[in-house]
Design a protein around this ligand. Structure first.
Ligand code: PEP
Ligand code: MN
Length: 342
């Protein structure tokens, strides 16, 4: 349920309403809107009777929320959420591009990638330090050394850092190094990990599971937001279908669906979505045309020698071309590309 407050509600009245919510065994979530505040109510004690609140001072109206995902829904918060990633706004008019290798491999590799993508206009550097790999014999990432190299690349280039957190054990170390915590497709329903990042106050990039529905992605986001961490960005990265010619099927349907259902920003990862270097650029253009708030792109200074996902990684000249073309599409739909202040 959503309790909409009067515009002139006093802090004491609001506190009394929130106290009553807690007394009934539920959790209040204040939601600031343009011009009015509302209180979202969540809990697993069954339905809540609006009669408890209707006559309280400061209450304008009580609205039932029909979506199963409550706090991430547009029903509860109409205005777009803009997530602040260390000063970079994601979810506004300007699109944000995150780029870098699948995995951090060496100092030379990550610094080469960081300098190159920064020059072309990326705002965030991506790179996995803890890698969840299908085979235990594949490169597992440089782990803590990888985090150190990401921090070094940030210090040199000013790019913010997005990197994957694989489990709750390594969360403290990854959270210290990252500006944006990536939860990978394989972990979208790792509920302990969702709860753990929900307890932090650090932005999260939540990738859609490869066999997950749009609703399941929103429910996973709800786990994080219901613990108080409102800084969540949704990521479409392709799903498994019967198609075998591409690595996944990039479900661009998800972009307008997620934007309609939720106030959270939506980013698209065409690299994992299609898995073929030459096809990443057209799908990046399509993602922007579909309404994505940003892109995450795998870029490697020497993709044919990459230790993971080389076949879908762009080299630096191709990434520069992607940025030019994506900017043109953004402009055509009345948006722009976010640029880091010099
Ligand atoms: C990645 O970003 O390199 C990655 C492993 O992505 P996903 O979790 O979407 O497979
Ligand atoms: Mn990858």
């Amino acid at each position: 349920m959503l309790i909409v407050l009067h515009t002139d509600v006093s802090p004491a009245q609001q506190a009394a309403i929130e106290a009553r919510v807690r007394e009934l065994g539920f959790t209040p979530h204040p939601i600031e809107g343009a011009g009015r505040t509302a209180i979202g109510i969540t809990g697993n004690k069954g339905p809540i009777d609006p009669g408890h609140f209707r006559l309280m001072e400061g209450v304008a109206e009580c609205i039932p929320v029909t979506a199963p995902y409550k706090l991430v829904s547009r029903e509860v918060k109409h205005d777009d959420t803009v997530v602040d990633v260390a000063g970079v706004p994601i979810g506004g008019r300007a699109l944000v591009v995150m780029a870098g290798p699948c995995a951090v491999e060496s100092e030379q590799q990550i610094l080469g990638a960081a300098r190159g993508v920064a020059k072309s206009g990326a705002s965030l550097l991506r790179g996995g330090a803890f890698k969840p790999r299908t085979s235990p014999y594949d490169f597992q990432g440089l782990k803590v050394r990888g985090l150190e190299l990401l921090s070094k690349a940030r210090a040199e280039t000013g790019l913010k850092v997005v990197t994957e957190v694989k489990d709750t054990e390594t969360l403290p170390a990854v959270a210290e190094a990252a500006d944006l915590l990536q939860i990978g497709a394989r972990n979208m329903q790792n509920f302990s990990l969702l709860e753990a990042v929900g307890d932090l106050r650090k932005p999260v990039l939540l990738k859609r599971g490869m066999s997950s529905t749009i609703k399941e992605l929103l429910m996973a986001a709800e786990y994080i937001v219901s613990r108080g961490n409102k800084q969540v960005i949704l990521c479409e990265r392709g799903i498994r279908t019967f198609e075998t010619m591409t690595r996944n099927t990039l479900d661009l349907n998800a972009v307008p669906m997620l934007k309609a259902q939720s106030h959270l920003p939506v980013v698209v990862d065409p690299s994992h979505g299609i898995g073929i270097r030459s096809a990443v650029l057209p799908m990046a253009r399509a993602a922007v045309a579909a309404g994505a708030d940003g892109l995450i792109i795998e870029v490697h200074p020497d993709p044919d020698r990459a230790l993971s996902d080389g076949m879908q990684s762009l080299d630096l000249p191709l990434f520069a071309q992607l940025m030019r073309e994506v900017e043109a599409v953004a402009r055509a739909i009345g948006r722009s590309l976010y640029r880091m202040p010099a």
